[in-house]
Design a protein around this ligand. Structure first.
Ligand SMILES: C[S@@+](CC[C@H](N)C(=O)[O-])C[C@H]1O[C@@H](n2cnc3c(N)ncnc32)[C@H](O)[C@@H]1O
Length: 284
């Protein structure tokens, strides 16, 4: 019998690595660079180099693909749909909030993470005078089904609930089994349906069809699962499966973005074969 997790704080340290990747690639700010992140970046470099040479892509490739495609889709939702409220769940040390507020000074940006990580982020943004009425950091726990950190409570509290919201989870959902994260997606679609026109952006990883790569990635997934005390999972194998699943969770539309459609359009690195990552854009 599988029990639903109630504490996923073991995942938090991975935000230091992704934070270092954003910083190394000129996407971040010195405020968000951490010593541990730099250390993890150096530790991972040989592995990343071997992986790039052997299979034509590595973790950094798909991190940059997902991050820049999500950024582009947020810009599009702001400029084409006129949405001005943005919630980034599991923000970690992501510089997205800073960059978005710089590009779109009129938006209301709320960054959210587990209480410890949210506290660390808030301190760093406060130190550089970035927080205020239109840029906030708040604690959230996507597993909470009651209390002040619950998804529904946070959204009600921080936004004008007569208007739509762009909600992002980047680097979060694959740490949970499909059953656990499906509960979250259903609750999210219900909350978004109360604010018609809202958009959800996230990413998903597919199991590679190449057997050697598949075995290697499964082993890596198990290692990461043990290190983060989580159930690292590949949820889907095809775009159709992913799309159907999001529709079954209550979203009224779902588009699956393959990084290959953005080669030459966005400044993203290219994978040698089929990219492992997809970006999901779902609306209510
Ligand atoms: C891989 S990091 C991604 C950070 C950031 N989005 C990025 O891409 O750089 C995963 C993040 O999920 C957060 N997290 C883990 N469990 C969570 C939960 N139950 N609710 C909200 N955030 C959670 C962690 O604290 C961590 O910041």
């Amino acid at each position: 019998m599988s029990r639903r997790p109630t504490d996923s704080s073991g995942i938090s340290f991975t935000a230091l690595y992704t934070g270092a990747v954003w910083h190394r690639h000129g996407l971040s700010d010195d405020t968000l660079a951490t010593g541990k992140g730099r250390w993890l970046y150096r530790l991972m470099t040989p592995f990343e180099a071997v992986s790039k040479a052997a299979v034509g892509g590595n973790i950094r490739t798909f991190l940059l693909q997902r991050h820049l495609i999500i950024d582009h889709l947020i810009d599009r939702a702001i400029t084409e749909r006129g949405i001005t409220q943005v919630l980034e769940i599991a923000c970690g040390m992501s510089p997205r909030g800073i960059r978005l507020r710089h590009r779109h000074p009129l938006i209301h940006m709320v960054e959210a993470d587990l209480p410890d990580m949210a506290g660390r982020k808030a301190l760093r943004l406060l130190a550089t005078n970035r927080l205020g009425d239109h840029h906030q950091v708040t604690p959230i726990d996507i597993l909470a089904d009651h209390g002040e950190y619950q998804l529904e409570t946070v959204i009600d509290r921080v936004f004008d609930n007569t208007r739509p919201v762009i909600i992002i989870t980047e680097g979060l959902t694959s740490y949970f089994s499909l059953a656990t994260i499906t509960d979250f997606w259903r609750r999210l679609s219900t909350a978004m349906a109360r604010r018609p026109g809202s958009v959800y952006l996230s990413e998903s990883y597919y199991q590679p069809s190449q057997p050697l790569l598949n075995t290697t990635l499964k082993a890596l997934g198990s290692l990461l699962g043990a290190a983060t005390r989580s159930q690292v999972s590949f949820h889907f194998q095809t775009d159709d499966q992913a799309r159907e699943h999001f529709l079954s969770c209550g979203f009224t539309s779902a588009t699956v973005h393959d990084p290959r459609s953005w080669y030459g359009v966005l400044p993203i690195p290219e994978s040698r074969g089929e990219p492992m990552v997809r970006v999901i854009e779902a609306s209510c």
